[in-house]
Design a binder for this molecule. Structure first.
Ligand SMILES: [Cu+2]
Length: 104
């Protein structure tokens, strides 16, 4: 097999591997609302926290598992390490609440 053909095959194989084992889930904060308010993920998945507001927001787990700060107009990523149903909120705007269910 010539090296010219090997690379695309490896890329496709890697793509399949990644999609089976971990996903990226986007959760956005816009106009002081977290959406989706209920999201499901698995341990190992990446959450892409998208802050569309001009204010700082946090995703603060009530059980203390994580506390992520999103500067205005920025996207922050975090990898889920623990399973559970996690209720979280924004420390600066406590009305912003949501739930993330993380399967093992
Ligand atoms: Cu906030």
């Amino acid at each position: 097999m010539s090296p010219r053909w090997t690379l695309p095959i490896v890329v496709v194989w890697l793509g399949m591997f990644v999609s089976v084992h971990a996903a990226t889930i986007q959760i956005s904060m816009e106009n002081l609302v977290i959406s989706p308010a209920e999201a499901a993920a698995k341990v190992g998945d990446t959450i892409e926290w998208v802050n569309k507001d001009i204010l700082v927001h946090t995703a603060t787990a009530r059980n203390g598992d994580w506390d992520i700060t999103m500067p205005p107009k920025k996207t922050v990523t975090s990898v889920l390490k623990k399973a559970g149903t996690i209720e979280y909120y924004c420390r600066f705007h406590p009305n912003m609440k949501a739930t993330l269910t993380v399967a093992p």
